[in-house]
Design a protein around this ligand. Sequence first.
Ligand code: UD1
Ligand code: CA
Length: 493
Amino acid sequence: MSRKNDSSPSKQRSARTPGQPKFAIAIMAAGKGTRLKSKHPKVLHEIGGKPLLRHVIDAAKHIVPAGDVYAIIGFEADRVRQAVGGTGVRFIEQLEQRGTGHAIMVGREALANYDHVLVLSGDTPLVRPDVIRRLRDFHLQRQAAMTLLTVEPADPTGYGRVIRKSRSGKPSDEVNAIVEQKQLSESQRKLREINSGIYAFATEPLFANIQKLSTNNPHREYYLTDMAQILSRAGARVVAFKEGEIAETLGINTRAELARLDAQLRSKRCAELMDAGVTIYQPETCVIDSDVTVGPDTVIEPYVQLLGKTSIGSECRIQSGTVIADCEIGDETVVRHYCVLEHSRIGGKASLGPFSHLRPGNEIAAEAHIGNFVELKKTRLGRGSKANHLTYLGDSVIGERVNVGAGTITCNYDGVQKHQTVIEDGVFVGSDSTLVAPVKLGRDAYVGAASCITDDVPEGALAIGRARQTNKEGWVRERRAKLAERGNGRKRS
Ligand code: UD1
Ligand code: CA
């Protein structure tokens, strides 16, 4: 520790600050992400089923209240705002993206109200709250004006390199400068310690010096990284906090990195679930989003996707090829091969599939059975009810112990409006029936197979809505005889 820095502005300042110092978190997320070659904002690209920026916000909210998190947005700002609007964070608009330094200049008015600001990047989604916390503590303990989180990856190409001060030959944790890839000298190119783009600043020295940034660099941008040299030259303390976990602090700049971090995140989630008692066979073939929960003793077979806010109970079995998005599933339910289930609630001890399709808005009660090639939409299916084969049930309210025969179709759409079908407890719908909504089948009613039901069926009644069968006795014999006669005539002529 240098004597000179003991009297640095930040030290005097923090000594004056009574009580706990106040922290803001600024997340730089205004850039376009040119290297992704996308028309969409970089921070809205997803890993683990969530936009990059959402991951960073979720981590930030572990450190400070959402109201002290500022997302600096610019490119497609409205879309970004919309995508993360539910998180409660504040937004700062950087209308023109003139560099990371410029992003913080734009945030000055809001950020200067805090003692310190932790700066994160919207494209560094795997940053763990724990790492941010340790960076913050190190920054306070070293009473630094700027603390940068650094890592030493095997290949540092493309990142800003950290130039540490050396004191009588010994390396120190104090930093002279950060040098961007394009400006590296031959000898600096060998340096492996890189700037992660995650920093803590004391706001007073930061904003007292930020106007010294210039655009004198290959990109003609204001580099926030230049603050290291500016503050260091101004006699303020700039320190590096080196972190062991490399992957977590690396940003995403290319599609290949996007895929790599996505895979990492998902294998981490699989590992966590397995630790919590879930069996996952060939986890590397499964796609499980970050927020998915699964109860113990549930078995997940290869090639399963569990997406969004899906939660699965304990002792379930999810068989290969199934995709489940935003569903809640009770305990001991079996989802057999190749089901596609969206935004639905399914009770315990139920059975679905193979090849069932739940479109959004279904409530499937416990012990219900849904079989192959059955599609449901906005349908409530009561306890123990069954629709086992080749059926479409839309906009329906179906009671308990109902048996929906193979090939049953609710005709819920008249070309203009959707209508409801109500099937009360204990009803038996014969195979190949069409139920033309709006229509109601009363309790314990029976529908004869292949009926077209256009009128309500009273409780306990049998409804038959089909043409009556007629049998023509001897018809086949007569026809054969006729054909034979015609054939003989042709041969003779
Ligand atoms: C930056 C660092 C580099 C570091 C690397 C780590 C600079 C100059 N360089 O480089 O030292 O090794 O991160 O990943 O900071 N952004 C804005 N407004 C702007 C420009 C950028 O909000 O005007 C945002 C981007 O959307 C992005 C973040 O800042 O989320 C970082 O910008 P990016 O262009 O990705 O910086 P790198 O080249 O990766
Ligand atoms: Ca980056």
